[in-house]
Design a protein around this ligand. Structure first.
Ligand code: NI
Length: 174
């Protein structure tokens, strides 16, 4: 396994729509394993292909428990994930490995149903709520070339991108 460099906004790959995976083969499994190692090393809870410069529909997630009885998911490998149903709205503070240091409140669906293939090509259907539902939506957005600041209204988006610019400059212009 290998740690991959994480692409930071405004890298253009983050705005591209990623390609579906045709066959879940060893190459895809290797990519997923490298992404998992990258995610853990970066202390993230989710990572999408475009964030490591791979414009394909793959995601790794490991979402911690909510402290109210909802257990940790453990490591999840998602191939071609999609949201097939959504319900309610919620607002949660989110971060993103492609926007180091930026935290913003984003409005999303409160509950989602997600379909995906795992690393063996087996289909799964998951009903999620809370932080897990938010994480699914955030990562699947990445596959559609949508980043979390795109989910803000125009004024809050401009402020968030200005904050992010300041963070980048204070970090030495990474
Ligand atoms: Ni992200």
């Amino acid at each position: 396994m290998a740690v991959m460099p994480v692409r930071a906004w405004p890298d253009p790959v983050l705005s591209q729509k990623a390609e579906p995976i045709e066959v879940v083969d060893d190459e895809v499994r290797r990519l997923l394993a490298d992404m998992a190692e990258t995610m853990y090393r970066s202390e993230g809870i989710g990572l999408a292909g475009p964030q490591v410069g791979v414009s394909r529909r793959v995601v790794t997630m490991d979402v911690p428990g909510d402290g109210e009885g909802e257990p940790s998911t453990g490591l999840l490998y998602l191939v071609n994930p999609r949201v097939v149903a959504r319900e309610g709205t919620c607002m949660m503070t989110e971060g993103c490995l492609s926007f180091p240091g930026l935290e913003i409140d984003v409005k999303r669906a409160e509950r989602v149903r997600v379909e995906y293939l795992d690393q063996h090509g087996e289909p799964h259907v998951v009903d999620a709520e809370g932080i897990l539902a938010v994480c699914f939506q955030h990562e699947i957005d990445h596959l559609d070339g949508i980043v979390f600041t795109d989910r803000l209204g125009p004024v809050r988006r401009r402020l968030a991108l200005r904050d992010y610019d300041k963070l980048r400059r204070s970090a030495g212009g990474r």
